[in-house]
Design a protein around this ligand. Structure first.
Ligand code: GDG
Length: 487
Protein backbone atom coordinates (compact mmCIF):
# COMPACT_ATOMS: atom_id res chain seq x y z
CA UNK A 1 0.00 0.00 0.00
CA UNK A 2 1.43 3.36 -0.96
CA UNK A 3 2.08 5.96 1.76
CA UNK A 4 -0.67 8.07 0.19
CA UNK A 5 -3.14 6.25 2.40
CA UNK A 6 -2.06 7.64 5.69
CA UNK A 7 -3.85 8.59 8.83
CA UNK A 8 -3.16 12.11 9.95
CA UNK A 9 -3.94 13.34 13.44
CA UNK A 10 -5.89 16.57 13.44
CA UNK A 11 -4.56 18.77 16.23
CA UNK A 12 -7.81 20.37 17.42
CA UNK A 13 -8.23 22.06 20.70
CA UNK A 14 -11.19 24.37 20.22
CA UNK A 15 -14.39 23.19 18.72
CA UNK A 16 -17.80 24.16 17.66
CA UNK A 17 -20.14 21.28 17.03
CA UNK A 18 -22.98 21.43 14.57
CA UNK A 19 -25.14 18.34 14.87
CA UNK A 20 -27.54 17.35 12.22
CA UNK A 21 -30.29 14.80 12.73
CA UNK A 22 -33.85 14.21 11.58
CA UNK A 23 -35.51 12.21 14.35
CA UNK A 24 -38.37 13.58 16.38
CA UNK A 25 -37.96 11.47 19.50
CA UNK A 26 -35.73 12.81 22.23
CA UNK A 27 -33.81 9.91 23.75
CA UNK A 28 -30.58 8.99 25.49
CA UNK A 29 -28.54 10.05 22.50
CA UNK A 30 -29.88 13.58 22.58
CA UNK A 31 -29.39 13.81 26.33
CA UNK A 32 -25.74 12.90 25.88
CA UNK A 33 -25.02 14.93 22.80
CA UNK A 34 -26.90 18.18 23.43
CA UNK A 35 -24.58 19.32 26.28
CA UNK A 36 -21.56 18.88 24.03
CA UNK A 37 -23.19 21.06 21.40
CA UNK A 38 -24.03 23.66 24.06
CA UNK A 39 -20.48 23.63 25.50
CA UNK A 40 -18.98 23.95 22.05
CA UNK A 41 -21.22 26.95 21.34
CA UNK A 42 -22.69 24.86 18.56
CA UNK A 43 -25.87 24.57 16.58
CA UNK A 44 -28.38 21.81 16.14
CA UNK A 45 -29.81 21.44 12.67
CA UNK A 46 -32.89 19.24 12.67
CA UNK A 47 -36.42 18.59 11.60
CA UNK A 48 -38.82 20.12 14.13
CA UNK A 49 -41.13 17.08 14.08
CA UNK A 50 -44.14 19.05 12.90
CA UNK A 51 -44.95 21.01 9.78
CA UNK A 52 -45.36 24.70 10.47
CA UNK A 53 -47.79 27.03 8.72
CA UNK A 54 -45.12 29.69 8.75
CA UNK A 55 -41.72 28.05 8.27
CA UNK A 56 -39.84 31.13 9.45
CA UNK A 57 -41.41 30.91 12.86
CA UNK A 58 -39.25 29.11 15.41
CA UNK A 59 -41.25 27.15 17.93
CA UNK A 60 -40.66 28.50 21.45
CA UNK A 61 -39.03 25.90 23.70
CA UNK A 62 -41.89 26.00 26.19
CA UNK A 63 -44.41 25.05 23.52
CA UNK A 64 -45.64 21.51 24.31
CA UNK A 65 -45.93 20.90 20.56
CA UNK A 66 -42.19 21.35 20.22
CA UNK A 67 -40.72 17.91 19.72
CA UNK A 68 -37.39 19.19 18.46
CA UNK A 69 -34.86 16.86 20.05
CA UNK A 70 -32.82 19.69 21.44
CA UNK A 71 -33.80 20.12 25.05
CA UNK A 72 -31.38 22.49 26.74
CA UNK A 73 -30.25 24.23 23.57
CA UNK A 74 -31.04 27.91 23.23
CA UNK A 75 -33.61 28.39 20.48
CA UNK A 76 -31.27 30.72 18.59
CA UNK A 77 -28.89 27.77 18.36
CA UNK A 78 -31.47 25.54 16.72
CA UNK A 79 -31.84 25.58 12.98
CA UNK A 80 -35.10 23.91 12.03
CA UNK A 81 -35.34 22.51 8.51
CA UNK A 82 -38.77 22.97 7.00
CA UNK A 83 -39.87 20.93 4.04
CA UNK A 84 -43.12 20.78 2.12
CA UNK A 85 -45.19 18.00 3.81
CA UNK A 86 -45.62 16.01 0.59
CA UNK A 87 -41.91 16.12 -0.16
CA UNK A 88 -41.16 15.18 3.43
CA UNK A 89 -43.57 12.25 3.35
CA UNK A 90 -41.97 10.85 0.20
CA UNK A 91 -38.50 11.39 1.67
CA UNK A 92 -39.20 10.03 5.15
CA UNK A 93 -41.78 7.30 4.68
CA UNK A 94 -40.84 6.56 1.10
CA UNK A 95 -37.07 6.62 0.78
CA UNK A 96 -35.90 6.38 4.41
CA UNK A 97 -38.41 3.90 5.80
CA UNK A 98 -39.43 1.95 2.71
CA UNK A 99 -36.09 1.75 0.96
CA UNK A 100 -33.07 2.26 3.18
CA UNK A 101 -34.53 0.73 6.34
CA UNK A 102 -35.33 -2.71 4.84
CA UNK A 103 -32.36 -2.72 2.47
CA UNK A 104 -29.80 -1.87 5.13
CA UNK A 105 -31.33 -4.55 7.37
CA UNK A 106 -30.68 -7.04 4.54
CA UNK A 107 -34.38 -7.48 3.73
CA UNK A 108 -34.40 -6.37 0.09
CA UNK A 109 -37.74 -7.99 -0.74
CA UNK A 110 -39.39 -5.46 1.54
CA UNK A 111 -37.65 -2.50 -0.11
CA UNK A 112 -39.23 -0.38 -2.81
CA UNK A 113 -37.06 1.56 -5.24
CA UNK A 114 -38.66 4.74 -6.51
CA UNK A 115 -37.03 7.53 -8.52
CA UNK A 116 -39.60 9.93 -7.06
CA UNK A 117 -38.70 9.08 -3.44
CA UNK A 118 -35.01 9.28 -4.28
CA UNK A 119 -35.51 12.73 -5.82
CA UNK A 120 -37.16 13.90 -2.59
CA UNK A 121 -34.42 12.30 -0.48
CA UNK A 122 -32.02 14.36 -2.53
CA UNK A 123 -34.07 17.55 -2.01
CA UNK A 124 -34.35 17.16 1.77
CA UNK A 125 -30.66 16.32 2.16
CA UNK A 126 -29.82 19.45 0.17
CA UNK A 127 -32.05 21.49 2.45
CA UNK A 128 -30.23 20.12 5.53
CA UNK A 129 -26.87 20.85 3.90
CA UNK A 130 -27.90 24.46 3.21
CA UNK A 131 -29.15 25.03 6.76
CA UNK A 132 -25.91 23.57 8.09
CA UNK A 133 -23.86 25.86 5.89
CA UNK A 134 -25.71 28.90 7.22
CA UNK A 135 -25.01 27.68 10.78
CA UNK A 136 -21.35 27.20 9.86
CA UNK A 137 -21.20 30.75 8.50
CA UNK A 138 -22.57 32.02 11.86
CA UNK A 139 -20.03 29.95 13.77
CA UNK A 140 -17.16 31.19 11.64
CA UNK A 141 -18.05 34.85 12.27
CA UNK A 142 -17.57 34.36 16.02
CA UNK A 143 -14.48 32.17 15.89
CA UNK A 144 -10.94 33.26 16.53
CA UNK A 145 -8.55 32.53 13.62
CA UNK A 146 -6.47 30.24 15.89
CA UNK A 147 -9.41 27.99 16.72
CA UNK A 148 -9.65 24.57 15.12
CA UNK A 149 -12.17 24.02 12.34
CA UNK A 150 -15.76 23.56 13.52
CA UNK A 151 -16.98 20.00 13.70
CA UNK A 152 -20.15 18.92 11.90
CA UNK A 153 -21.63 15.63 13.07
CA UNK A 154 -24.25 14.11 10.78
CA UNK A 155 -26.52 11.29 11.97
CA UNK A 156 -28.04 8.30 10.30
CA UNK A 157 -29.50 6.96 7.10
CA UNK A 158 -31.81 9.94 6.68
CA UNK A 159 -28.87 12.16 5.78
CA UNK A 160 -26.40 10.12 3.79
CA UNK A 161 -26.04 12.71 0.99
CA UNK A 162 -25.74 15.88 3.04
CA UNK A 163 -22.05 15.68 3.99
CA UNK A 164 -20.67 15.99 0.49
CA UNK A 165 -22.72 19.12 -0.20
CA UNK A 166 -21.67 20.61 3.11
CA UNK A 167 -18.04 20.00 2.20
CA UNK A 168 -18.41 21.49 -1.28
CA UNK A 169 -20.45 24.46 -0.03
CA UNK A 170 -17.95 25.15 2.74
CA UNK A 171 -15.10 25.17 0.24
CA UNK A 172 -16.96 27.60 -2.02
CA UNK A 173 -17.82 29.88 0.90
CA UNK A 174 -14.30 29.62 2.27
CA UNK A 175 -15.54 28.11 5.54
CA UNK A 176 -13.47 25.60 7.44
CA UNK A 177 -15.05 22.47 8.90
CA UNK A 178 -14.46 18.82 9.72
CA UNK A 179 -17.21 16.36 9.00
CA UNK A 180 -18.15 13.16 10.81
CA UNK A 181 -21.00 10.77 10.09
CA UNK A 182 -22.52 8.04 12.25
CA UNK A 183 -24.87 5.33 10.98
CA UNK A 184 -27.18 3.91 13.65
CA UNK A 185 -28.37 0.95 11.58
CA UNK A 186 -26.32 -1.84 9.92
CA UNK A 187 -24.41 -1.18 6.72
CA UNK A 188 -25.25 -4.11 4.44
CA UNK A 189 -22.89 -6.32 2.44
CA UNK A 190 -22.10 -5.41 -1.16
CA UNK A 191 -24.50 -7.99 -2.63
CA UNK A 192 -27.39 -6.23 -0.90
CA UNK A 193 -26.18 -2.66 -1.19
CA UNK A 194 -25.67 -2.95 -4.94
CA UNK A 195 -29.44 -3.48 -5.39
CA UNK A 196 -29.98 0.22 -4.74
CA UNK A 197 -29.94 1.91 -8.15
CA UNK A 198 -28.19 5.07 -6.92
CA UNK A 199 -25.75 3.35 -4.58
CA UNK A 200 -22.76 5.27 -5.99
CA UNK A 201 -24.31 8.59 -4.92
CA UNK A 202 -24.94 7.30 -1.40
CA UNK A 203 -21.29 6.31 -1.04
CA UNK A 204 -20.06 9.59 -2.48
CA UNK A 205 -22.31 11.44 -0.05
CA UNK A 206 -20.90 9.59 2.95
CA UNK A 207 -17.35 9.93 1.71
CA UNK A 208 -17.77 13.70 1.87
CA UNK A 209 -16.91 13.20 5.56
CA UNK A 210 -13.51 12.98 7.20
CA UNK A 211 -14.70 10.07 9.27
CA UNK A 212 -17.55 7.60 8.98
CA UNK A 213 -18.55 5.64 12.10
CA UNK A 214 -20.56 2.43 12.45
CA UNK A 215 -21.51 0.32 15.46
CA UNK A 216 -19.33 -2.71 14.67
CA UNK A 217 -16.42 -3.87 12.55
CA UNK A 218 -18.60 -5.90 10.16
CA UNK A 219 -20.48 -2.79 9.04
CA UNK A 220 -17.17 -0.97 8.55
CA UNK A 221 -15.87 -3.81 6.39
CA UNK A 222 -19.08 -3.85 4.35
CA UNK A 223 -18.77 -0.12 3.75
CA UNK A 224 -15.11 -0.30 2.75
CA UNK A 225 -15.92 -3.20 0.44
CA UNK A 226 -18.74 -1.26 -1.25
CA UNK A 227 -16.50 1.80 -1.74
CA UNK A 228 -13.92 -0.38 -3.43
CA UNK A 229 -16.31 -2.35 -5.61
CA UNK A 230 -18.80 0.37 -6.53
CA UNK A 231 -16.56 3.42 -6.78
CA UNK A 232 -13.20 1.74 -7.39
CA UNK A 233 -11.69 3.52 -4.36
CA UNK A 234 -8.32 2.47 -3.05
CA UNK A 235 -8.81 1.10 0.44
CA UNK A 236 -6.71 -0.01 3.38
CA UNK A 237 -8.65 -2.64 5.34
CA UNK A 238 -6.06 -3.00 8.05
CA UNK A 239 -6.25 0.66 9.03
CA UNK A 240 -9.83 1.10 7.80
CA UNK A 241 -9.16 3.92 5.37
CA UNK A 242 -10.79 4.79 2.05
CA UNK A 243 -9.25 7.11 -0.49
CA UNK A 244 -11.70 9.28 -2.39
CA UNK A 245 -11.36 12.49 -4.36
CA UNK A 246 -7.77 12.97 -3.22
CA UNK A 247 -8.75 12.69 0.44
CA UNK A 248 -8.45 9.86 2.96
CA UNK A 249 -11.59 8.99 4.89
CA UNK A 250 -11.37 7.12 8.20
CA UNK A 251 -13.86 4.34 8.88
CA UNK A 252 -14.32 3.37 12.53
CA UNK A 253 -16.32 0.92 14.64
CA UNK A 254 -17.79 2.99 17.49
CA UNK A 255 -20.37 0.92 19.35
CA UNK A 256 -22.95 3.15 21.00
CA UNK A 257 -23.62 2.89 24.74
CA UNK A 258 -26.45 3.95 27.04
CA UNK A 259 -26.65 6.43 29.93
CA UNK A 260 -25.86 3.53 32.29
CA UNK A 261 -25.92 5.42 35.58
CA UNK A 262 -29.26 7.04 34.74
CA UNK A 263 -30.82 3.60 34.20
CA UNK A 264 -29.37 2.34 37.48
CA UNK A 265 -30.94 5.31 39.31
CA UNK A 266 -34.25 4.69 37.58
CA UNK A 267 -34.14 1.01 38.57
CA UNK A 268 -33.34 1.94 42.17
CA UNK A 269 -36.27 4.30 42.50
CA UNK A 270 -38.94 2.76 40.25
CA UNK A 271 -41.83 1.18 42.16
CA UNK A 272 -42.72 -2.44 41.53
CA UNK A 273 -45.11 -2.75 38.60
CA UNK A 274 -45.20 -6.50 38.03
CA UNK A 275 -47.53 -8.09 40.53
CA UNK A 276 -47.55 -11.58 39.05
CA UNK A 277 -45.90 -14.40 40.95
CA UNK A 278 -44.66 -16.05 37.74
CA UNK A 279 -41.22 -15.49 36.25
CA UNK A 280 -41.25 -12.78 33.59
CA UNK A 281 -39.63 -13.21 30.21
CA UNK A 282 -39.47 -9.67 28.81
CA UNK A 283 -39.47 -8.28 25.28
CA UNK A 284 -39.32 -4.52 24.53
CA UNK A 285 -39.35 -3.41 20.91
CA UNK A 286 -40.78 -1.03 18.39
CA UNK A 287 -43.33 -3.02 16.40
CA UNK A 288 -41.00 -3.54 13.44
CA UNK A 289 -40.41 -6.53 11.18
CA UNK A 290 -36.66 -6.38 11.85
CA UNK A 291 -37.20 -7.14 15.54
CA UNK A 292 -38.12 -10.82 15.02
CA UNK A 293 -41.35 -10.60 17.04
CA UNK A 294 -43.29 -13.33 15.24
CA UNK A 295 -40.33 -15.71 15.55
CA UNK A 296 -40.10 -14.85 19.24
CA UNK A 297 -43.75 -15.66 19.97
CA UNK A 298 -43.40 -18.96 18.13
CA UNK A 299 -40.29 -19.83 20.13
CA UNK A 300 -42.16 -19.10 23.35
CA UNK A 301 -45.05 -21.27 22.21
CA UNK A 302 -42.57 -24.07 21.46
CA UNK A 303 -41.08 -23.67 24.95
CA UNK A 304 -44.49 -24.23 26.54
CA UNK A 305 -45.10 -27.22 24.28
CA UNK A 306 -41.75 -28.93 24.87
CA UNK A 307 -41.31 -27.96 28.52
CA UNK A 308 -44.74 -28.05 30.16
CA UNK A 309 -43.06 -27.60 33.56
CA UNK A 310 -43.09 -23.86 32.74
CA UNK A 311 -46.89 -23.76 32.38
CA UNK A 312 -48.37 -21.39 34.97
CA UNK A 313 -44.83 -20.52 36.13
CA UNK A 314 -43.62 -18.23 33.33
CA UNK A 315 -45.18 -15.27 31.53
CA UNK A 316 -43.94 -13.54 28.40
CA UNK A 317 -44.41 -9.79 28.83
CA UNK A 318 -44.06 -8.24 25.41
CA UNK A 319 -44.12 -4.46 25.01
CA UNK A 320 -44.53 -3.30 21.44
CA UNK A 321 -44.25 0.40 20.78
CA UNK A 322 -46.42 1.40 17.79
CA UNK A 323 -44.22 2.44 14.90
CA UNK A 324 -44.83 3.72 11.35
CA UNK A 325 -48.50 2.96 11.84
CA UNK A 326 -49.55 4.46 8.50
CA UNK A 327 -47.43 1.95 6.55
CA UNK A 328 -49.29 -1.16 5.30
CA UNK A 329 -46.54 -3.64 6.22
CA UNK A 330 -46.54 -2.42 9.81
CA UNK A 331 -50.34 -2.69 9.98
CA UNK A 332 -50.09 -6.26 8.69
CA UNK A 333 -47.45 -7.10 11.28
CA UNK A 334 -49.70 -5.75 14.02
CA UNK A 335 -52.54 -7.93 12.72
CA UNK A 336 -50.28 -11.00 12.68
CA UNK A 337 -49.08 -10.32 16.22
CA UNK A 338 -52.64 -9.87 17.51
CA UNK A 339 -53.67 -13.19 15.98
CA UNK A 340 -50.62 -15.05 17.23
CA UNK A 341 -50.95 -13.73 20.79
CA UNK A 342 -54.65 -14.70 20.72
CA UNK A 343 -53.91 -18.17 19.41
CA UNK A 344 -51.13 -18.94 21.92
CA UNK A 345 -53.12 -17.53 24.84
CA UNK A 346 -56.19 -19.46 23.67
CA UNK A 347 -54.16 -22.64 23.56
CA UNK A 348 -52.48 -22.47 26.99
CA UNK A 349 -54.45 -20.10 29.25
CA UNK A 350 -55.77 -21.58 32.51
CA UNK A 351 -58.22 -19.97 34.97
CA UNK A 352 -55.30 -18.41 36.88
CA UNK A 353 -52.71 -17.70 34.24
CA UNK A 354 -52.16 -16.51 30.67
CA UNK A 355 -48.83 -17.18 29.00
CA UNK A 356 -48.51 -13.84 27.16
CA UNK A 357 -49.17 -10.32 28.36
CA UNK A 358 -49.03 -8.06 25.37
CA UNK A 359 -48.80 -4.28 25.69
CA UNK A 360 -49.26 -2.48 22.40
CA UNK A 361 -48.20 1.02 23.44
CA UNK A 362 -45.54 3.02 25.18
CA UNK A 363 -44.75 2.75 28.89
CA UNK A 364 -42.99 5.44 30.97
CA UNK A 365 -39.22 5.19 31.55
CA UNK A 366 -39.89 4.46 35.23
CA UNK A 367 -42.13 1.54 34.35
CA UNK A 368 -39.66 0.35 31.76
CA UNK A 369 -36.84 0.38 34.32
CA UNK A 370 -39.04 -1.61 36.73
CA UNK A 371 -39.78 -4.18 34.02
CA UNK A 372 -36.09 -4.47 33.22
CA UNK A 373 -35.23 -4.81 36.90
CA UNK A 374 -37.84 -7.43 37.77
CA UNK A 375 -37.66 -9.64 34.67
CA UNK A 376 -36.06 -13.07 34.96
CA UNK A 377 -35.10 -13.14 31.27
CA UNK A 378 -34.86 -10.49 28.54
CA UNK A 379 -35.42 -11.63 24.98
CA UNK A 380 -33.58 -9.42 22.51
CA UNK A 381 -33.90 -11.44 19.34
CA UNK A 382 -34.00 -9.19 16.27
CA UNK A 383 -33.51 -10.66 12.81
CA UNK A 384 -31.15 -7.74 12.20
CA UNK A 385 -30.37 -4.68 14.31
CA UNK A 386 -27.66 -2.01 14.19
CA UNK A 387 -26.96 -2.29 17.92
CA UNK A 388 -30.07 -2.63 20.16
CA UNK A 389 -30.19 -0.48 23.25
CA UNK A 390 -32.78 -2.61 25.05
CA UNK A 391 -30.15 -5.30 25.72
CA UNK A 392 -27.91 -2.70 27.35
CA UNK A 393 -30.69 -0.99 29.32
CA UNK A 394 -31.79 -4.39 30.69
CA UNK A 395 -28.37 -5.21 32.11
CA UNK A 396 -28.03 -1.69 33.59
CA UNK A 397 -31.31 -2.20 35.49
CA UNK A 398 -30.43 -5.68 36.78
CA UNK A 399 -29.70 -4.54 40.31
CA UNK A 400 -31.52 -7.38 42.10
CA UNK A 401 -29.58 -10.39 43.31
CA UNK A 402 -29.46 -12.95 41.91
CA UNK A 403 -29.92 -11.29 38.54
CA UNK A 404 -31.79 -12.38 35.43
CA UNK A 405 -30.44 -13.61 32.09
CA UNK A 406 -30.02 -11.78 28.79
CA UNK A 407 -30.73 -13.62 25.55
CA UNK A 408 -29.48 -11.82 22.47
CA UNK A 409 -29.45 -12.45 18.74
CA UNK A 410 -26.12 -12.67 16.92
CA UNK A 411 -27.68 -10.49 14.21
CA UNK A 412 -27.81 -7.43 16.48
CA UNK A 413 -24.70 -5.32 16.98
CA UNK A 414 -25.20 -5.98 20.73
CA UNK A 415 -24.80 -9.73 20.07
CA UNK A 416 -21.29 -9.04 18.76
CA UNK A 417 -20.03 -7.68 22.03
CA UNK A 418 -22.24 -8.88 24.88
CA UNK A 419 -20.44 -12.23 24.97
CA UNK A 420 -21.73 -13.33 28.35
CA UNK A 421 -25.35 -13.26 27.19
CA UNK A 422 -26.95 -16.42 25.82
CA UNK A 423 -26.76 -16.18 22.05
CA UNK A 424 -29.86 -17.24 20.17
CA UNK A 425 -30.51 -17.50 16.42
CA UNK A 426 -34.12 -16.25 16.12
CA UNK A 427 -34.68 -18.10 12.85
CA UNK A 428 -34.19 -21.47 14.59
CA UNK A 429 -37.46 -21.64 16.52
CA UNK A 430 -36.77 -24.98 18.25
CA UNK A 431 -33.27 -23.98 19.33
CA UNK A 432 -34.56 -20.60 20.53
CA UNK A 433 -37.10 -22.38 22.74
CA UNK A 434 -34.25 -24.40 24.26
CA UNK A 435 -32.22 -21.24 24.93
CA UNK A 436 -35.18 -19.72 26.82
CA UNK A 437 -35.45 -22.96 28.81
CA UNK A 438 -31.76 -22.80 29.62
CA UNK A 439 -32.07 -19.19 30.77
CA UNK A 440 -35.04 -20.06 33.02
CA UNK A 441 -33.17 -22.92 34.64
CA UNK A 442 -29.69 -21.38 34.84
CA UNK A 443 -28.02 -21.70 38.27
CA UNK A 444 -27.78 -18.52 40.30
CA UNK A 445 -23.99 -18.36 40.40
CA UNK A 446 -23.75 -18.59 36.61
CA UNK A 447 -26.37 -15.86 36.22
CA UNK A 448 -24.47 -13.64 38.62
CA UNK A 449 -21.14 -14.19 36.91
CA UNK A 450 -22.50 -13.48 33.45
CA UNK A 451 -24.40 -10.38 34.59
CA UNK A 452 -21.41 -8.96 36.46
CA UNK A 453 -19.33 -9.03 33.30
CA UNK A 454 -22.13 -7.59 31.17
CA UNK A 455 -22.81 -4.74 33.59
CA UNK A 456 -19.15 -3.88 34.01
CA UNK A 457 -18.66 -3.52 30.27
CA UNK A 458 -21.76 -1.37 29.75
CA UNK A 459 -20.91 0.88 32.68
CA UNK A 460 -17.51 1.64 31.21
CA UNK A 461 -18.64 1.85 27.60
CA UNK A 462 -21.59 4.13 28.23
CA UNK A 463 -22.98 6.80 25.95
CA UNK A 464 -20.49 9.43 27.17
CA UNK A 465 -17.64 7.07 26.36
CA UNK A 466 -19.11 6.70 22.88
CA UNK A 467 -19.26 10.48 22.45
CA UNK A 468 -15.66 10.87 23.55
CA UNK A 469 -14.55 8.03 21.31
CA UNK A 470 -16.21 9.67 18.33
CA UNK A 471 -14.60 13.03 18.99
CA UNK A 472 -11.26 11.37 19.61
CA UNK A 473 -11.50 9.41 16.39
CA UNK A 474 -12.21 12.69 14.62
CA UNK A 475 -8.87 13.85 15.98
CA UNK A 476 -10.57 16.09 18.46
CA UNK A 477 -11.49 16.16 22.08
CA UNK A 478 -13.66 18.92 23.41
CA UNK A 479 -12.32 18.21 26.86
CA UNK A 480 -8.72 17.79 27.88
CA UNK A 481 -7.62 14.15 27.85
CA UNK A 482 -7.38 13.90 31.63
CA UNK A 483 -10.98 14.91 32.13
CA UNK A 484 -13.18 11.89 32.63
CA UNK A 485 -16.75 13.01 32.39
CA UNK A 486 -18.84 15.00 30.03
CA UNK A 487 -21.72 16.95 31.57
C1 GDG B 1 -31.77 2.57 16.16
C2 GDG B 1 -31.18 1.26 15.64
C3 GDG B 1 -29.58 1.25 17.56
C4 GDG B 1 -38.78 1.13 23.74
N1 GDG B 1 -40.00 0.95 24.23
C5 GDG B 1 -40.22 1.95 25.11
C6 GDG B 1 -39.09 2.76 25.15
N2 GDG B 1 -38.20 2.23 24.29
C7 GDG B 1 -36.86 2.76 24.03
C8 GDG B 1 -35.82 1.82 24.61
C9 GDG B 1 -34.61 2.11 23.72
C10 GDG B 1 -35.23 2.56 22.40
O1 GDG B 1 -36.61 2.80 22.64
C11 GDG B 1 -35.12 1.49 21.33
O2 GDG B 1 -33.78 1.43 20.91
P1 GDG B 1 -33.22 0.27 19.96
O3 GDG B 1 -31.74 0.37 19.94
O4 GDG B 1 -33.72 -1.02 20.47
O5 GDG B 1 -33.88 0.47 18.54
P2 GDG B 1 -34.15 1.59 17.39
O6 GDG B 1 -35.23 2.53 17.82
O7 GDG B 1 -34.49 0.79 16.19
O8 GDG B 1 -32.78 2.43 17.19
C12 GDG B 1 -30.63 0.44 16.79
C13 GDG B 1 -30.11 2.63 17.93
O9 GDG B 1 -30.65 3.31 16.78
C14 GDG B 1 -29.02 3.52 18.54
O10 GDG B 1 -27.92 3.67 17.68
O11 GDG B 1 -29.25 0.55 18.74
O12 GDG B 1 -30.04 -0.75 16.31
O13 GDG B 1 -32.18 0.53 14.92
O14 GDG B 1 -33.86 3.17 24.25
O15 GDG B 1 -35.64 2.15 25.96
N3 GDG B 1 -38.97 3.83 25.95
C15 GDG B 1 -40.05 4.12 26.74
N4 GDG B 1 -41.20 3.40 26.72
C16 GDG B 1 -41.33 2.31 25.93
O16 GDG B 1 -42.41 1.67 25.93
N5 GDG B 1 -39.96 5.15 27.57
Amino acid sequence: MSPFLREVEIPWREHIVVMIRVDRDPGGLVTAVAPVVVRGGGYWVGWPGIHLENPDELIPESDPADRTPTAGLRSDKVRAVHVDPKVFDSYYNGCCNNTFWPLFHSMPDRASFSAEHWKNYYTVNKEFAQKTLSALAEVSKDQSPEAGPPLVWVHDYHLMLASNWIRQGAEEMNLRCKLGFFLHIPFPPWDIFRLFPWSDEVLQGMLGCDMVGFHIQDYCLNFVDCCQRRLGCRVDRKNMLVEHGGRTVRVRPLPIGIPFDRFVLLAQSAPKVISSSTKIVLGVDRLDYTKGLVHRLKAFEMLLEKHPEHLEKVTLLQICVPSRTDVKEYQELKEEMDQLVGRINGRFTTPNWSPIRYIYGCVSQDELAAFYRDAAVALVTPLRDGMNLVAKEFVACQINEPPGVLIVSPFAGAGEMMHEALICNPYEIGAAAEVIHRALTMPEDERQLRMNYLRRREKINDVNFWMRSFLKAMGSLIYEDGEETLP
